[in-house]
Design a protein around this ligand. Structure first.
Ligand code: PHE
Length: 448
């Protein structure tokens, strides 16, 4: 009996940890950037990065959180050996990246809310109609988007203020399996199409001649994004883990589930897209232009699936959003003695306000005034997160765990779970492979 209980709580823990990582990055962003950057070769770089660097970093960040048990700034201070340099003690401010991500993440959650409404009031029946529905929202409905963005800010804020985060995370125990089931169901359905093979070859048949420097950088950045590495989210989450938790195993499971869901979403979306004659490089509207058409073709049951799918996606997005804002809230409360309400209010206000500019940057009639370096603010922020901010957060954690923390402490946390050989490989990856790979990328990004 006891064994049974222990087993369940382990599964529950892994699913809620995966819930923090599985979000819009998997179902909205991964397919869309795979489409924009040409498929196979991009996916290959993404997979290799997750395997070589991502999993190691995920474990490293869990380790910091579990040992430090506090906000990112404090963890970088308390876990560093005495007399550490200024740079280390300030590294924890990387949590601000979470708010930057929220400026567009919350806007996209708003789009999903809108599609819950579309599912009930009438799904588009053709590719063309689906594109029109999305484009009308994307570039022609700034006030509606602002209202939906506000709704998302309020929901995330209320969950954080009321401290029901743990309760919400329990939702993941149902949510993650439900998303997997829906995606698997859609995948089996799409296997009947000729386009299924085409989708597989688009995603897994790499053509390296298509791979630009920019594509490599975004693939690496996205693998950090999708695993939630480098902004203190995983740290905040791991801060309350019981001491005996096997973070090696948890890290592997989270990375596996996260990647599995992204690949599944990609295969499904591209099969449907190719079947109905769509082009892969559709940008941020890809998921909204491809899936609703198939839902509508399924008739009455399609509406139910559409509702479950968008509801699942909204929850997945919201649980990730909560973990994006939480590190800032935790910092303001602990270090600046903000009340919970105050901490949530000021962090929310910041990303809410910039979110409004993000919406204007894609709206007809306003967009000309909100571009940076020729890109709409929306794209510029997304690009900055992938190509610069997430890798920066990741490298700080890698260098900290690899060089600043004492080896015997790190060994003490992991050796028992990993064994000697795996530990050595992991430690090498954290100390050398991850930092060097990111430096190499940064160098190439600057040259671009
Ligand atoms: N991993 C989340 C996603 O894929 C986004 C995220 C990044 C959440 C960083 C928390 C921290 O949607």
């Amino acid at each position: 009996m006891q064994n049974h209980v222990a087993k369940f709580s382990r599964v529950g823990f892994i699913l809620s940890a995966a819930g923090a990582a599985v979000g819009l990055g998997n179902i909205w962003k991964f397919p869309y950037i795979t489409g924009v950057y040409g498929g196979g070769a991009f996916v290959m770089v993404y997979l290799v990065t997750i395997l070589l660097i991502g999993v190691s970093l995920l474990i490293a960040e869990m380790l910091m959180g579990k040992r430090g048990g506090a906000d990112a700034v404090s963890n970088f201070q308390t876990e560093a050996p005495k007399g550490s340099s200024w740079a280390w003690t300030k590294a924890g401010y990387l949590f601000v990246i979470g708010l930057i991500i929220m400026t567009f993440y919350s806007v996209v959650i708003g789009w999903i809310f809108y599609y819950l409404y579309v599912a009930v009031t009438g799904l588009p029946t053709s590719q063309k109609e689906a594109e029109d529905v999305f484009n009308a929202l994307y570039s022609n409905a700034p006030y509606l988007q602002m209202a939906l963005h506000t709704l998302s800010v309020v929901i995330v804020g209320v969950v954080l203020v009321r401290g029901v985060k743990n309760g919400i995370e329990k939702v993941n125990v149902v949510l993650i399996p439900m998303l997997i089931l829906i995606l698997l169901g859609l995948m089996f359905y799409s296997m009947g199409y000729d386009s299924f093979g085409k989708a597989l070859s688009f995603m897994f048949n790499p053509d390296f001649s298509k791979l630009s420097g920019e594509a490599i950088i975004r693939a690496v950045g996205h693998s950090f994004f999708t695993l939630s590495i480098g902004i203190g989210s995983i740290m905040a989450y791991a801060a309350s883990l019981p001491k005996h938790t096997n973070i090696f195993q948890a890290g592997l499971w989270v990375a596996f589930l996260d990647t599995f869901i992204a690949l599944l979403a990609g295969v499904v979306i591209f099969s449907f897209l190719f079947q109905f004659g769509g082009e892969p490089a559709k940008g941020p509207g890809l998921v909204f232009m491809s899936l609703p058409v198939i839902f509508s073709q399924l008739g009455g049951i399609g509406i139910v699936i559409a509702l479950l799918f968008f509801l699942g996606l909204a929850f997945a997005g919201l649980t990730s959003a909560i973990s994006l804002v939480e590190p800032t809230v935790m910092y303001l409360e602990r270090r600046w003695s903000f009340s919970k309400g105050g901490a949530v209010f000021w962090s929310s206000l910041l990303y809410f306000a910039v979110g409004i500019l993000v919406i204007l940057s894609i709206s007809d009639g306003f967009k000309e005034s909100f571009t940076i370096g020729g890109k709409p603010l929306f794209d510029a922020l997304e690009f900055a997160v992938d190509s610069f901010l997430m890798p920066l957060g990741g490298i700080l954690i890698a260098l900290f765990v690899g060089f600043a923390m004492k080896r015997d402490i790190v060994e003490g946390e992991l050796l028992g779970h990993m064994g000697n050989t795996v530990f050595k490989i992991w430690y090498f990856s954290i100390r050398f492979i991850a930092p060097l790979a990111v430096l190499f990328l940064a160098y190439n990004a600057l040259k671009m």
